[in-house]
Design a protein around this ligand. Structure first.
Ligand SMILES: Nc1ncnc2c1ncn2[C@@H]1O[C@H](COP(=O)(O)OP(=O)(O)OP(=O)(O)O)[C@@H](O)[C@H]1O
Length: 448
């Protein structure tokens, strides 16, 4: 029996969900606050967490962060209101398995829970494991751009070049990377996907390169890192822009020397991996601003590919929609034939901030709720029907991202300055920027 932790402060609601899931053979633990999550994760062998967004002492995103810190492969389902679409997109970006919206449709909840728990990556929160992606069908698309991406994949796959895949969240960067691996000479060896955003600062080095027994408090056994596990295969570094600066240095050394040393160890271990990294476009700016090491960026960027946002792939839009419809029909045992003209029109004007992932989720939900043979607009979320709001959401997401990057950059500069006792030449060197840029940034963020 699989164990679920439900974090919901509305006790009536919590009881209803708990009863419903227990009737369907799940064991459900409940708590009402963010503060109680740690205790519950520790004391119960939890396989899946379902959390409401609004909690009395925090948010579902904080729950998500806690769970992912404990084990990045564990799945979290977030419950939101329709009006919280931006939160939902953010949650997906942070690694939530799915978001479902209130009022909860029991069938939708059950399908989502079952999917999360049968996901081949799902492991108990008490386990530790790396993530390998499932074999979902890869769709090429019909547009000129889509065909060009496929050509580039075919071109670069058999080489040993490191690749950077650029693109917004949910555009298929991981899918593209996996396809490169599958078409490469390394395809019989592992494809190890690492979400750099979910690596904790303390354990990132150990996750990537392993550690020896006693290397740090809590290292009671030695451990093999992802670079060794991936021997002969491909390491996929997702959200590479989130790697801590000191890990960037270690990574650069590993790539250059083709050798690693486990944390706390003295022995040099040869590695045989190809690296594919994914990021959003901001990495180029981050690199020139010193947040991401330029030398590492160039090492990784021997070849680059860009996954286009869905809103710029109008020709491919319905190809994806129909394929996702087909996939959902199979999964949910339905036989829905297509979309109404109105739904197609809605899809065409929507900005799709969550790109393919968002589309797949919306179609799956629509399939679940449709009782006729065509998907009509009544099962499509309201947000999609209001294009002005769509543009607004997109702009707000962009602003949020910018603010986020700026605050991280300011933190990094401050930390570096403190480390080198405010010696600006040293700080600029460590950050990989010139002194003038550093002075400008100190002024910009008021760090003096
Ligand atoms: N070419 C494709 N064919 C079919 N489905 C796809 C394709 N690309 C992406 N998808 C669907 O979109 C989802 C998101 O893709 P993926 O995880 O590769 O995006 P991503 O850009 O790596 O996202 P993130 O930036 O959030 O890590 C996948 O789970 C898959 O269902």
């Amino acid at each position: 029996m699989k164990n679920i932790l439900l974090v919901e402060d509305d006790l009536t609601y919590s009881r209803i969900i708990q009863n419903f899931l227990e009737k369907n053979d799940f064991k459900v633990f409940t708590c009402t606050k963010l503060n109680d999550v740690d205790y519950n994760l520790k004391s119960n062998d939890v396989h899946l967490v379902i959390t409401d967004f609004r909690l009395p002492d925090g948010t579902g995103l904080q729950v998500l962060k806690k769970v992912k810190e404990k084990n990045k492969d564990s799945e979290v389902i977030l419950i939101t209101n329709y009006s919280d679409i931006r939160i939902a997109v953010k949650a997906m970006k942070m690694g939530a398995f799915e978001y479902i919206t209130k009022p909860i449709n029991p069938d939708e909840l059950l399908v989502t829970v079952r999917e999360a728990l049968t996901n081949e990556n799902t492991v108990s929160l008490q386990d530790k494991s790396t993530k390998t992606i499932g074999i979902d069908e890869y769709i090429i698309g019909n547009s000129h751009d889509a065909k060009k991406i496929e050509q580039h994949i075919n071109l670069v796959a058999p080489t040993e070049l490191s690749v950077i895949v650029l693109g917004e969240t949910g555009t298929g960067k991981e899918f593209i990377s996996k396809r490169i691996h599958q078409k490469s000479n390394r395809s019989d060896h592992p494809f190890i996907a690492i979400d750099c955003g979910a690596l904790s600062k303390e354990l990132a080095g150990s996750e990537l390169f392993g550690h020896v027994k006693g290397a740090f408090t809590g290292a009671s056994d030695s451990r093999v890192g992802h670079f060794e596990t991936a021997k002969g295969g491909t390491v996929f570094l997702d959200e590479i822009g989130n790697l801590e600066y000191d890990i960037q240095i270690k990574l650069l050394r590993a790539i250059q020397e083709r050798k690693i040393r486990r944390i706390g160890g003295t022995q040099e271990i040869e590695i045989d991996v190809r690296i594919i990294a994914a990021t959003n476009e901001a990495l180029i700016d981050q690199s020139s601003e010193g947040k991401f090491r330029e030398d590492l960026y160039h090492r990784l960027n021997e070849f680059s590919l860009t996954a286009l946002p869905l809103r710029d792939r109008k020709e491919d839009l319905m190809v994806f929609a129909n394929q996702f419809l087909h996939g959902s029909n199979l999964k949910l045992n339905k036989n829905i034939l297509g979309f109404s003209n109105e739904v197609e029109a809605i899809f065409n004007q929507y900005a799709w901030p969550g790109n393919l992932r968002e589309m797949k989720n919306i179609i799956r939900r629509a399939v679940l709720l449709t009782q006729t043979d065509t998907i009509q607009s009544d099962v499509i979320p309201e947000e999609l029907k209001n294009s002005e709001k769509t543009v607004e959401i997109k702009e707000e997401i962009e602003i949020e991202n910018k603010v986020d990057i700026a605050s991280k950059e300011s933190e990094l500069i401050e930390k570096t300055l403190m480390e080198v006792k405010y010696n600006k030449s040293k700080a600029a060197k460590m950050l990989g920027i010139d002194r003038k840029t550093l002075y400008n940034k100190i002024n910009k963020y008021g760090l003096e």
